[in-house]
Write a protein that binds this ligand. Structure first.
Ligand code: NAD
Length: 358
């Protein structure tokens, strides 16, 4: 039987609780679809600081690099908040992303039918549902460009630089095209080409690449208009591709359309199908250890792992359908509404695993 090797970082707070439910669901999917997992646990964040004194042990990088992909819960907590910056749990998170060369961040913004009412967007706008994928460049642009402070005309000033080179733009845009090919074949490239030179290079490059993807309809949109269109008419979008800065903002905006932080999955991809999969929420120390955390963002991250790194799209789709089925009757407290049964983390995980096709 095919065996996939996964590095598993449970992390801090609710991380261990939600990751346990995710591996439970992945194992159940493996049974149904004919594969198995070899999980390789490793430390990151606060638990790594407690165990070995640093947030990102070398051993963790080694295990992750040797795995097919990485599953991550969440890291951080008050206990480590007073440590110097380079020793805090967040440094471990940034460090592992850099060490693994994760350049493409995928953030799905979708609404599961039973949760339609939880969205801040009117149901008339949502219609039958929403399914947008935001693809954000993760290792370039203004977050990594030259920056500094100086004095201009006798007053203190500061600057940051947006700089993209063609190979960086090509790499992320090809990820966008490839995703669009497998979805509704529409790619919207977001930029600010009316003002920024880096955006003009971005637009030229993505337009040139479009010749390689004739079946994908490419459009362009200025970032300010896109921010507006995401709430005015989000159904017009299939895949959005954008720079690090614009993607940071738009992916948060788009994902909030779904209405609950406990439902939001993400993937960060390197080349060759390798990726790190994690819910977008943090370690939720306020509810950790109480068995009430919503495991669905982590479980849906596991489904993305099957889809984008392991080439098991049927298993991924089965998990998404099982989540939809579980939501029709059961809810963790964060998404509970009248008429639904209130359940804990473990019961929700069981409900998804049980609903996978036999
Ligand atoms: P958070 O996402 O952990 O929590 C925000 C709120 O959402 C809390 O009320 C929490 O209870 C709730 N929440 C989050 N996930 C939930 C879930 N699955 N089910 C139910 N409720 C959920 O953000 P925060 O409180 O700002 O940060 C807490 C810690 O997490 C900090 O140390 C922060 O640095 C860290 N953090 C880590 C990551 C990561 O690991 N990727 C991301 C963000 C924050």
């Amino acid at each position: 039987m095919k065996t996939y090797h996964l590095a598993v970082i449970k992390g801090d707070g609710i991380g261990p609780e939600i990751v346990d439910e995710t591996t439970k669901v992945l194992d159940a999917a493996g049974k149904r679809f004919g594969f198995r997992f070899d999980y390789r646990p490793c430390l990151l964040g606060g638990c790594a600081i407690d165990a070995v004194g640093v947030p990102l042990p070398e051993e963790t990088v080694r295990i992750c690099k040797g795995a097919d992909s990485v599953l991550l819960g969440a890291v951080g907590g008050e206990k480590w908040d007073t440590l110097p910056g380079h020793l805090r749990p967040e440094a471990g998170l940034l460090g592992i992303r850099a060490a693994l060369g994760l350049y493409a961040n995928l953030r799905p913004a979708r609404i599961f039918a039973p949760l339609k009412e939880a969205s801040p967007i009117k149901s008339a706008v949502i219609g039958e549902g929403l399914d947008i994928m935001v693809v954000r460049e993760l290792t370039g642009g203004i977050y990594f460009g030259a920056r500094g402070r100086r004095e201009i005309d006798g007053v203190p000033a500061a600057y940051d630089t947006e700089c993209y080179c063609v190979p960086e733009i090509e790499r992320i845009c090809r990820t966008g095209f490839a995703l669009a090919q497998k979805r509704d074949k529409r790619l919207c490239s977001v930029d600010k080409a009316n003002v920024l030179e880096s955006s003009r290079l971005w637009r030229e490059t993505v337009t040139r690449l479009a010749e390689d993807y004739p079946e994908v309809a490419l459009s362009h949109m200025y970032v300010d208009n896109c921010a507006m269109q995401l709430v005015r008419n989000p159904r017009q979008f299939d895949v959005l591709v954008t720079s690090n800065l614009f993607g940071d903002i738009l992916s948060d905006e788009a994902s909030m359309i779904s209405g609950s932080i406990g439902m939001l999955a993400s993937a960060s991809l390197a080349g060759g199908g390798f990726g790190l999969y994690e819910p977008i929420h943090g370690s939720a120390p306020d509810i950790a250890g109480r068995g009430v955390a919503n495991p669905l963002a982590a479980i849906l991250s596991g489904a993305m792992l099957l889809q984008y790194s392991l080439g098991e799209p049927e298993a991924a789709q089965a998990i998404e359908l099982a989540v939809n089925g579980a939501l029709a009757a059961l809810r963790t407290p964060d998404i509970w509404e009248e008429g639904c049964k209130r359940v804990g983390t473990k019961e929700m995980g069981d409900a998804v695993a049980e609903r996978l096709p036999g």
